[in-house]
Ligand binder design. Sequence first.
Ligand code: 6R9
Length: 646
Amino acid sequence: MSEQGSSQGNQYPPDPELSKTANARPEMKEQGLEEFWDEQAKQRIDWFEPYETVLDWQLPYAKWFVGGKLNACYNCVDRHVEGGKGDKVALHVVPDDGSDSADAHDITYAQLQRQVVKFANGLKKLGVGKGDAVGIYMQMIPDAVVAMLACARIGAPHTVVFGGFSGKAVDERCTDFGAKVLITQDEALRGGKAGAQKKNADDGLSADTTIEKIVVVKRTGGDVPMTDGRDVYYDDLVADLDDDPSSCPCEPMDAEDLLFLLYTSGSTGKPKGVVHTTGGYLTGVTTTTNLVFDVKDDSVYWCAADIGWITGHSYITYGPLANGLTSVLYEGVPGYPDKDVWWKIIEKYGVTILYTSPTAIRSHMKWGEQYAQSRDLSSIKILGSVGEPINPEAWEWYRKYVGGGSAPIMDTWWQTETGHILITPLPGITTLKPGMAQQPFPGVKPEIRDDEGNALGLNQPGNLVLTQPWPGMMRGLYKDDERYRDTYWSKYSDAYFAGDGAKYDDDGDIMLMGRIDDVTNVSGHRISTFEVESALVEHELVAEAAVAARRDPDTGQAIVAFVSLVGENQGDDELKQTLREHVATQIGKLARPAELIFAHDLPKTRSGKIMRRLLKNIAEGEELGDTTTLVDPSVVEVMQKQVNPT
Ligand code: 6R9
C-alpha cells in the first residue's frame, strides 16, 4: 500500500517568520482541558454574567461555562461597534455576477448592527420571542446572515435549511422544530439564473405544518405567490420599525440555551436535529477561527461555503464575526460569470485567508491553473480545506497556484456534530503533510480504535473516536436521546464515535480515511476508497474520481471506480485498462478497480458532496433512491448504462 500523505511524502515545515507572529502557541497543547478553554472563553467572549463552572461532563452530555450569560449577536456585532470598530467592513458582499457587479457593496459593523436590530424588531412584531424556533431558507445573501444574528439577538433559536433543498425538506425540519415563522427570499439567483425559492417553500408546506408566517426578503423582485394573512414582504414588515440598537437590546442567554438546530442526514431514517447551544459553541468557533486561520485585525477572510451547512454557521457567520473580521460573502457559484471569478474576488479585496472544499479545488484544477495565474493572488497568507479528505494532488495544486507556493494549508477535520474544527494543523507550528489533517486542536483527545475497542498504534487503520469533550460539541439530537446515544456513544461506552476511519502515519500524524462505510474490504484487506481516488486523480487525464465497493463472490468486495476526465476526453477501453494498471502500480494490485466507469461529472449535491450512496447503488446494479438533490441527474444515467448495458 502506498503511504501517500505519510512521512514518505512531501513535507513543508512552518515558515519561521510565521512561527514568530502566529496566534497559536505550541504551549497551548500542554494546557489542561479546562484551563485552555477557560482562558479562551475569558479572552475572546464578552459575558454579561461570568460562568461558575468551566465544564460539567456527564457522559454523553456536556455543559460548558455553566451559569454564564451572554449573547451571540452581541459578541458578533454590538461589542465591535461599542469598541470603536463600527466603520470597519464586516462583509464585502459579492453578488452572483461577481465582484465587478454594480450590486457589489460593503456592510460595516455599524450598518450590520442596524440591519440586525431592524430584522429583530420585525421578528418581535410577528410575536417571536426568546425560545421560539425560526426557520431560515435562503441563499447566500447578506440578509441570511442578518436573519441568523437577529434570531440570536432575541434568543430565538434558528434552523437554517440549505437553500438548494426542496420545500418538503424545509417543512419537515421546521415542523420537527416547531418553527412558526419561516424567513425566505423571493427567488434564488445562481449562475445568472433566477430560480424558485419562496414558491418551493409554499409547495413543501404539509397539512400539519407548524409554519404560520412567511417573511419574504426581496432578492430579484420577481413575481412570487403571496398568501394574504400568512406571507409578508420583509420591507413591508419593517417599514416603520426602529433600527436603533437601544430599541432591541441583546437578550441575555444562558450559556446552555439553544442557539440553533442544524439538521443533518444520518445513514438511515429522518434527518437528525443536531443541537448547539450558546456559550460553548461560540467559544469554540471563535477560538478555532482565530488560531487555525491566524486572523489579524487586517485579515480579509473568505469562507466559500454556504450558510446552509455547519461550515457556513461556524466559519461564515459566528466565528469570523465574533473575531471582528472583514469577510467576503459570496452569493455565486464557481465558474460564473467566468472561470476566474474566484481569483478576481481575491485580487479585488486582497483576501488573505481562503477556506474551501477539496471538491471546489478540484473543479478549479480541472479548468486549469491559467485562471488563477492570470490574477494577483499574492495577498493570500493561509488556505483552508474542509468537508472531505483532500487528495495530495489537489493539496499541492492549491498551495502552488492559489497559495503562491508558500501558503500553509489547514486541512480541517470536523463535523456538524462537533460544531467546530477538532483536527487540523496550526499555522507556524505544524510541519504540513499533503492530504492529512494531522494533529488534534488543543484540548482535543483523539484515539484510533479497532472494533473491539483496542487503541491502535501507527499505520493501523481503525475508527476515530474522541475521548474528551470540547465546548462546541452537540448537546444531543433534538428530542431524540436514544438516537444520540445509539449513533455516537454505543460503539464505545467511553468515547464519541465519529463514524470516520483514520490511521496514524509513521510520525503519529492523523490521516482521515473517509467515512467508515467508505472503507472497502477486498480479500480481507482494508482499502480506503479515498486512497484509490487519490491514485486515480494523480493520473494526468483524470479530473475527478470516486470509488465505491460492490459485493464480490471471490474477494468479498470489489472496487468500482467512477471517473471524469480532463477536457473533452470521453475515455475508451484502452484508457480504462491504463487507469486500472495505474492504480495497481500506485497502491497495489488489490486496489485495482474491478470496473471503471466514465462520465462527464460525478453525482454531486449542490453542496458539492459526492452522493456515495448512489455510487454504491449504481455499482451494485440496484434501484436508485431519490436523485433530486443532484446538480446534474444525467450523470447517473450515463453511469448506469455502462454498468448494465441495455
Ligand atoms: C465540516 C463538515 C462531516 C464529515 C466527516 C468526514 C468529512 C470533513 C474533513 C473530512 C477528511 C477533512 N470531513 N472534513 N474528512 N478530512 N478535513 O464537513 O461537516 O457536513 O457534517 O461532514 O465530513 O467524513 O465525518 P459535515
